[in-house]
Design a protein around this ligand. Structure first.
Ligand code: CP
Ligand code: NVA
Length: 314
């Protein structure tokens, strides 16, 4: 059964198929076409943390494809009212896929291991694969291609950064993380990337000025992720020199694009001046969440349609 717990569940060819499907559907939508690729299919959204983009983009994307979605909050009692096995096997009879946003990544792997229903990671503490899909679509649109491009992430080596490091390796992009030494990427994750993609180009440095010097895209995210609120004061201090502001942008190439997964803490990791500048793609990037996930859902739930339509066209 095809799950998307992390981008390690996909080959580069799979990833390219999803991105092509997303672009195909985005082009169709811009022409006013909404092909009913997932007519009468149903997905469930099982979320333990807040969300605007992920929740709404999955729900609207599914509706545009002719299907429907159910938002399930804490009240369904996942992990509380009954065993994970009973919960998953029952849910799997009602819905065609489940999108999970959890505090601990293990919660998502636990629900997937029953193979009762395809499971899509809608953000965990470890990674955020759906975000990375939208991000590379955005880079492709604004820079014309992704292979050989240099993405510099300024800030915490968190879930978003981890997925970006991996997707860059899959698509032959350079990835640099500029952060204080103690906030680097999960090193097991990096080792796994190099094991699977020996040609990966991942650099981690505390020298933020150097890191942006030849960047094609500069990405940042909050210094304190959901679940880390007690570390907020200490993180604010640690990341004080890692703000994406006009001074930092003056050290980057003038063509460099600015990305942020949102929500942003304006005035902390990024200034108003930069996030609202004409170098910033953040609003289009957020919109691309829906297009990326429509491509993903169609690819997981109706591969025949993808083969007959998208593959045939490319
Ligand atoms: N970027 C992102 O995942 O946003 P939400 O937390 O609003 O879903
Ligand atoms: N790193 C952030 C991303 C939010 C979309 C978090 O996990 O809170």
């Amino acid at each position: 059964m095809q799950h998307l717990l992390s981008l390690f569940d996909l080959s580069t060819k799979d990833l390219e198929g999803i991105l092509a499907t997303a672009t195909f559907l985005k082009t169709r939508l811009n022409r006013g076409e909404r092909p009913p690729v997932l007519e009468r299919r149903v997905i469930a959204l099982l979320f333990e943390k807040p969300s605007l983009r992920t929740r709404v983009s999955f729900e609207t994307g599914m509706a545009q494809l002719g299907g429907t979605s159910l938002f399930l909050g804490e009240d369904v009692g996942w992990g509380k009212r009954e065993s994970p096995a009973d919960f998953t096997h029952v849910l799997g009879q009602f819905v065609d896929a489940v999108v999970c946003r959890t505090k601990k990544h293990e919660r998502v792997t636990q629900i997937a291991k029953f193979d009762a229903v395809p499971v899509i990671n809608g953000l965990t503490d470890l990674c955020h694969p759906c975000q990375a899909l939208a991000d590379v679509i955005t880079i492709q649109e604004s820079l014309g291609s992704v292979a050989g491009k240099h993405l510099t992430f300024v800030g915490d080596g968190n879930n978003v950064a981890g997925s970006l490091a991996l997707i860059c390796a899959m698509l032959k992009m350079r990835f640099t993380l500029a952060c204080p030494n103690e906030y680097r990427l999960n090193q097991d994750w990096v080792a796994k990337i190099y094991q699977q993609y020996p040609q990966a180009m991942i650099e981690e440095t505390s020298d933020v000025k150097k890191a942006v010097g030849d960047a094609d895209a500069i990405y940042t995210d909050v210094w304190t992720s959901m679940g880390q609120e007690t570390e907020s004061a200490i993180r604010k201090q640690a990341f004080a020199d890692y703000q994406v502001n006009a001074n930092l942008m003056s050290m980057a190439p003038s063509h460099a694009r600015v990305l942020h997964c949102l929500p942003a803490v304006r005035g902390e990791e990024i200034t108003d001046e930069v996030i609202d500048s004409n170098q910033s793609d953040v609003i289009v990037q957020a919109g691309n969440r829906m297009h990326a996930q429509k491509g993903l859902l169609a690819w997981i739930l109706n591969r025949d349609w993808v083969t007959d339509n998208v593959a045939a066209e490319s």
